[in-house]
Design a binder for this molecule. Structure first.
Ligand code: DGY
Length: 423
């Protein structure tokens, strides 16, 4: 790769400073917004990444990010994907559309539980400082993990999502089959706000959006009751993002819980079940990890950046290394959210092509942990694309061009915690 474009030492310290400034500017007091305007509330997995960024210069603030996230946890154990701490009319769908009754106004779906792993990282960063704060969160984190096993696990043991937003990969091709079974005729009038902040060509289509809102309306009608929602649910898609991140999170909880002498009863068994369940995400026809529609068994046949989270989950999967090499050969600027040789690839449209720093970090670190040299290559490319195009939401994986929101929290955090580190 074009290493001559990597930052000089002076540029490096400027970039570190700029990344810290983004975290500080997006701090709303105890929690961080992903970016002003487009995402004006606390998002679940964005916050987890924010905590890693803060940990590089303010460990107490890092813990606070995760603690604030758990202040929105429902009695069921679910931790919502958005916490609407303060009203902001610039966002749709806001708290009234969701109509949820948790301890803080929130959405009614969750997001990948990467906070379980990152709380463990905060502990490792300063064990003496973090041990009480970790211990105070431990049973809450376990309750969230158990909620997934109870309400988001299919007959084959794979973790599924009930809304594309739950996965965080909103318009990935993974959901196309299940989305095509939804007829959103009765969705009614609504006004999108996202396309007022970002060019529509970089965002989900109206076809998708109608179905996103229809799914929210269905669940709201059912009072966000897990058992009622589970009946005849038209959208249940087994998702490698959720499965692999949960598996990693449970492993991290077990290791840290044992070190601190906390109650880890049952965790090892749950991990073994998730390990077995991961096998059902292996698409034998394509030879890679994939998602499938739980309602009809149809595979997505999509090699996405989520397929490569297997290593983050602690699975060795050497076959996936060959696939990673193929996509890196096809796309110079990091792991694309969909393989460029897939006809559904769209270089600028959100999760149908662009490369994302935070996914690259989980893929790169996981690969390195498994001893694959490509992990470091993913880091170098992520470092390069951020150096050239800034701390934006995501990037065109073919040209590196900036896309989506600007001054983005998780891209800044990933720079500080991983991509921008001297290596
Ligand atoms: C949005 O509003 O586009 C978000 O991705 C939902 O989480």
């Amino acid at each position: 790769m074009m290493t001559d474009t990597l930052p000089t030492d002076a540029a490096q310290s400027d970039r570190n400073e700029a990344a810290r400034a983004i975290l500080i500017a997006n701090d709303r007091g105890g929690y961080t917004v992903p970016t002003a305007g487009l995402y004006p509330y606390q998002w679940n997995w964005d916050s987890a990444f924010a905590s890693l960024g803060f940990a590089e210069f303010d460990i107490s603030r890092a813990w606070q990010e995760i603690e604030t996230l758990f202040s929105g946890q429902w009695d069921s154990g679910m931790v919502p994907h958005i916490l609407f701490h303060k009203p902001d009319p610039g966002y749709f769908p806001g708290p009234d559309v969701w109509g949820c009754a948790g301890p803080i106004p929130s959405s009614g779906i969750t997001q990948p539980p990467v906070a379980l792993s990152f709380a463990t990282r905060l502990l490792r960063a300063d064990p003496e400082f973090g041990k009480d704060r970790f211990a105070a969160l431990f049973s809450k984190m376990r309750a969230w993990g158990e909620w997934f096993l109870k309400w988001r696990r299919d007959e084959k043991g794979a973790i599924f999502v009930v809304h594309p937003w739950e996965s965080g990969r909103d318009n990935a091709p993974d959901w196309d089959d299940a989305m095509s079974g939804i007829d959103p005729q009765d969705v009614g009038f609504y006004e999108r706000r996202d396309t007022q902040h970002v060019d529509a060509s970089m965002r989900p289509t109206k076809y998708d959006y109608d179905r996103y809102i229809w799914l929210v309306q269905r669940a709201k009608r059912l009072g966000w009751d897990d058992a009622a929602m589970a009946e005849d649910n038209p959208f249940r898609v087994a998702d490698p993002t959720m499965h692999f991140i949960l598996l990693r999170g449970m492993r991290d909880l077990l290791a840290a819980g044992e070190e601190l002498g906390l109650d880890t009863d049952g965790l090892a068994g749950q991990i073994a079940e998730l390990e077995a369940g991961a096998e059902s995400l292996w698409n034998p026809g394509m030879g890679f990890y994939d998602s499938y529609n739980c309602n009809n068994g149809i595979w997505s046949n999509a090699l996405t950046n989520a397929s490569f989270l297997c290593w983050f989950a602690g699975l060795s999967s050497p076959h996936m290394e060959t696939h990673l090499q193929r996509v890196l050969d096809a796309a110079p600027y990091g792991v694309p959210s969909l393989a460029p040789f897939d006809p559904r690839f769209d270089a600028k449209r959100y999760w149908r092509g662009p490369t994302w720093g935070m996914m690259n970090m989980m893929i790169g670190e996981g690969a390195t942990e498994q001893g694959f040299a490509l992990g470091e290559e993913v880091r170098k490319r992520t470092r390069e694309v951020i150096s050239k195009y800034g701390f934006v939401e995501y990037f065109d994986p073919m040209t590196g061009e900036a896309a989506g929101g600007k001054a983005f929290t998780w891209t800044a955090a990933v720079w500080l915690a991983w991509a921008g580190k001297e290596g």
